[in-house]
Design a protein around this ligand. Structure first.
Ligand code: NDP
Length: 503
């Protein structure tokens, strides 16, 4: 995922080729447990809302619990923001915009963003442990992907803050005002960084609503804002459920709404924003095709397939959830893939050896269970490697469906879990037609030896991002976003600034 030299999910277990001699005689390697200590994190029993630079309880006094999905253990009680809190936070953001942040020269704003980035790096281990506890993702992914990329976004956009007039949006692009930002649970800190960093660099102030199941790293980020001396009200964090998000979206003082989450909620937000004059960007779901041709470097492609769908338990909007493999090599690729999946380790997300962590919530587990049952009843063949699921918490094994046809629900609907649907094709034209046969259009992957074929295909993909001979690569300098039901607007890069400027 772009940060440093590491690729997202690249840490997914060793490949069979890296296996030692024991494997060649059929004896599995045993790994000694390597648990990361959680001592570095202090989780308070209760958390307040972050408004105007201070933590305070919700006006109506409501709270909700956030759980560790790997165990079901309650981590903390978190304040639930109601309409009055939303009003207060938006008013604080407005005052900070007008009095401090808006008038501040870009070179001064940049200093705060650089400071936040550096503190994120300094406290990276603490953030990684907290993210893993609250989200259920493997510590190796939060440590190597989420947190470094979040810091990288702040560094990247800090660099733009004093160069906005050179960004190609005219000589003096102006900020929009107050941004209301609603984010999901799959990359909690990283999504907060994707939202806050460009908004702040462009001179806006923010009210951020993290997902109900993963509020803790956003609250720690609020503490980092305090530590960095960010003026009060520039960043406000309102924890709560969907109703809090809806109240924020509807609040009159919000000038810009940025949302990442499900297509259904995205549609509700689009209709709430229609006619209000609020600017809107939507980053919604996906059902990406990962296309493997018969001339693809097979070992690389297998790693790309695994990274594409099993990274972050498949809780990834751009996940390569539909594998389109050329018919002539389909059996060989699926066999190789199954052997590879048998080496993945599922279990305690705090163990540094773990490849597949917990499903984020009981609700998401129900959704995955329901859709995979539909896969079987529609007639696809289901396979999972032998693996023991932990007794507590929310778990789902890596799963592959073969014999999938385009009309099956598992080929059409976003499962958002560790579930791969395999389809085949014979010609490049058929690959294009099948890849584009989706209401979504967020991402795609192409695996082939031929550069000309990559270019031919990439031009025909109806997807915002097309990866060639790699997958799930992210970089703050690169724009990301979708077509059709995957939303509109771009995040990342110079394009990401446009969403927060009056251009
Ligand atoms: P949602 O779209 O419901 O949640 C995303 C965010 O929006 C959360 O902060 C949520 O709060 C908030 N929210 C919910 N309802 C409203 C509303 N009416 N107005 C404003 N904000 C609202 O996604 P879910 O968490 O329910 O996940 C469901 C499905 O969405 C997944 O299975 C997956 O398919 C897809 N998804 C896609 C993501 C992506 O990156 N594109 C990310 C996450 C999910 P709360 O947490 O309290 O619900």
């Amino acid at each position: 995922m772009g940060a440093g030299k590491k690729q997202a999910g690249a840490g997914l277990a060793r490949s069979p080729d890296q296996a030692g001699p024991a494997d060649s005689v059929g004896v599995a390697w045993e790994y000694a447990p390597a648990p990361e200590s959680r001592d570095i994190v202090t989780i308070a029993p209760e958390y307040g809302l972050f408004i105007s630079g201070e933590f305070r309880p919700a006006i109506a006094g409501g709270t909700f619990a956030t759980l560790n999905p790997a165990t079901g253990e309650k981590l903390a009680a978190v304040a639930e923001a109601g309409p009055k809190d939303v009003e207060l936070a938006v008013a604080a953001a407005r005052a900070a915009y007008e009095d401090v942040w808006g008038p501040m020269p870009g070179s001064e704003r940049a200093k705060y963003l650089f400071r936040i980035a550096r503190v994120l790096q300094e406290r990276a281990r603490e953030f990684a442990v907290l993210e893993t506890l609250d989200n259920g993702k493997p510590i190796r992914e939060s440590r190597d992907v989420d947190i470094p990329l979040a810091a990288a976004h702040f560094f990247y956009y800090a660099g733009w803050a004093d160069k906005l007039e050179h960004a190609g949006f005219g000589p003096a692009p102006r900020p929009l005002g107050v941004a209301g930002q609603v984010i999901p649970w799959n990359f909690p800190l990283l999504m907060a960084a994707w939202k806050l960093a460009p908004a702040l660099a462009a001179g806006n102030t923010c009210v951020l609503k993290p997902a109900e199941t993963t509020p803790l790293t956003a609250l720690l980020l609020a503490e980092v804002c305090q530590q960095a001396g960010l003026p009060a009200g520039v960043v406000n964090v309102l924890t709560g459920a969907g109703a809090t998000g809806a109240a924020l979206v509807e609040q009159a003082g919000v000038d810009k709404i940025a949302f990442t989450g499900s297509t259904d909620v995205g549609k509700q937000i689009a209709s709430a924003a229609a006619g209000t004059g609020k600017k809107l960007t939507l980053e919604l779901g996906g059902k990406a095709a990962n296309i493997v041709f018969d001339d693809a470097p097979v070992e690389q492609a297998i790693e790309g397939i695994v990274n594409g769908i099993f990274f972050n338990q498949g809780h990834v909007c751009c996940a390569g959830s539909r594998l389109l493999v050329q018919e002539s090599v389909a059996d060989a690729v699926v066999d190789r893939l199954k052997r590879r999946l048998a080496t993945l380790r599922l279990g305690d997300p705090m163990d540094k050896n773990t490849d597949i962590g917990a499903i984020n919530s009981a609700e998401q587990l129900d959704k995955i269970t329901e859709l995979t049952a539909a896969g079987e009843s529609d007639g696809a063949e289901r396979w999972s490697p032998p693996c023991r699921l932990p007794d507590r918490g929310f778990w789902f094994p890596p799963t592959v469906f073969t014999g999938v046809s385009q009309s099956h629900r598992i080929a059409r609907e976003e499962i958002f879990g560790p579930v791969l649907s395999v389809l085949t094709f014979r010609t490049p034209e058929e690959a294009v037609a099948k890849a584009n046969n989706t209401p979504y259009g967020l991402s795609a992957g192409i695996w082939t030896d031929k550069g000309s074929r990559i270019l031919w295909l990439a031009q025909r993909m109806r997807a915002g991002v097309v990866w060639a001979n790699t997958y799930n690569r992210f970089d703050p300098a690169s724009p990301f976003g979708g077509y059709q039901e995957s939303g509109y607007g771009r995040e990342g890069g110079r394009h990401g600034l446009a969403a927060y400027l009056d251009v």
